[in-house]
Design a binder for this molecule. Structure first.
Ligand code: PGA
Length: 254
């Protein structure tokens, strides 16, 4: 089965209601790219309004709690995301691992909760610069996949509801993009772990690259073997910056 490239904009802690205009512009343009699956993950207060403003793109969250409800001040559950119309949730982003001490065990539990609530998941992995410089990048990312991807969720994997984003920490928001050959090697390593876990259904797991993706470097990254799409931060905040990445995805999938 061929998979449409998946281009996801992660707005992080950016945006306000004025940015709905960008979401609408991205949504309108999406009609020109039926061969690309496009989604936005706005900050939690905007998910419902973005959902209501768009029709042709996916909308998701950037985190969820492991529990469906309860005494967890400030947290948002997967059921709540589903209730306001979210399709998916990004989990285990390196900024959450860093800022909130999230580890693989927690990320896996969140992924299980999200899948149980009917959401798809994008599970983020990636090495730090120290880990890369000391030759540990593949081992670190392989261990993160083994630890954070929900191994018991073969049915969700087979249904294409699980994606992985390889995001080298040193490439996020730095303008320093990973070399295409390194991305290919890391995606191959990640794919091997997924095959070990899920057998032939592992082909249904899209592996996205993230880290300083923009309209200029997107073609080279998205055209590389094993790259199923992109998780885009800074360049997803305006339609002008985001749409060239979508166009590149369409071009490489043609
Ligand atoms: P960036 O962020 O595109 O701004 O580097 C990517 C991400 O963290 O998902």
């Amino acid at each position: 089965m061929t998979k449409r490239p998946y281009i996801v904009g992660n707005w992080k802690m950016n945006g306000n209601r004025a940015m709905l205009a960008e979401a609408r512009a991205i949504d309108r343009a999406a009609q020109r790219y039926p061969d690309v699956e496009i989604a936005l993950a706005p900050p939690a207060p905007l998910i419902g309004t973005v959902r209501e403003a768009v029709t042709g793109i996916g909308v998701g969250g950037q985190d969820c709690h492991t529990a469906a409800k309860g005494a967890h001040t400030g947290d948002v559950s997967a059921a709540m995301l589903a209730d306001i119309g979210a399709d998916f949730v990004i989990l285990g982003h390196s900024e959450r691992r860093r800022d909130h001490g999230e580890n693989d065990v927690l990320v896996r539990a969140k992924a299980e909760a999200a899948l149980a609530a009917g959401l798809s998941v994008i599970i983020c992995v990636g090495e730090t610069l120290d880990e890369r410089d000391s030759g540990k990048a593949e081992a670190v990312v392989s261990a993160q996949i083994d630890g954070s991807v929900p191994l018991g969720e073969g049915a969700a994997v087979a249904a294409g509801r699980v994606a992985v984003a390889y995001e080298p920490v040193w490439a996020i928001g730095t303008g320093r993009v990973a070399a295409v050959e390194d991305v290919v090697a890391m995606h191959a390593a990640a794919g091997a772990r997924l095959v070990a876990a899920f057998g032939e259904d592992a082909v249904r797991v899209r592996i996205l690259y993230g880290g300083s993706v923009n309209g200029e470097n997107a073609i080279g990254l998205l055209g590389a073997p094993g790259v199923g799409g992109a998780l885009v931060g800074g360049a997803s905040l305006t339609a002008d910056a985001f749409l060239p990445i979508v166009a590149a995805a369409s071009q490489v999938s043609a």
